[in-house]
Design a protein around this ligand. Structure first.
Ligand SMILES: *[C@@H]1O[C@H](CO)[C@@H](O)[C@H](O)[C@H]1NC(C)=O
Length: 121
């Protein structure tokens, strides 16, 4: 937490110092791969990976998965990770098969991304 605070201060201070002609450093988290594996008719494991720029490996990130359909229940969201984990898995209980499900997932520290995707149960 303390480390993060110092980083935020340093980050904004560095923004004040740069002039219009210099390259400004970007801090960002980006999604990389999604994997979906059906364990059986009542269980799905969803894998989400992330990368980024100017993120410290020990920086805390909060990850989330939400699905907008009664056909599934997300069992382990949100999760606390460090950026250096680079990936996580979510467990989903499936209540109905062959249903198109829309989900939203994201990773957040002071930067964040959120993305929507679909899959069929
Ligand atoms: C599906 O797999 C999970 C974990 O491997 C198990 O607990 C569950 O009983 C299985 N369900 C069915 C319907 O096979």
């Amino acid at each position: 937490m303390n480390c993060q605070f110092i980083f935020i201060i340093a980050f904004f201070f560095s923004l004040l110092l740069v002039t219009s002609s210099t390259y400004v450093e970007i801090k960002q988290v980006v999604p990389t791969t999604f994997t979906i594996s059906k364990v059986n008719s009542s269980k799905i494991i969803l894998g989400v990976s992330w990368g980024g720029t100017n993120e410290a490996d020990d920086e805390y990130v909060l990850t989330r998965l939400k699905c907008f359909n009664d056909a599934v229940t997300v069992i382990n969201s949100p999760q606390v990770h460090v950026f250096g984990d680079h990936s996580t898995t979510y467990e989903l209980a499936v209540h109905k098969n062959d249903v198109l499900v829309r989900c939203r997932t994201g990773v957040r520290d002071i930067a964040k991304w959120l993305t929507f995707f679909y899959f069929r149960t």
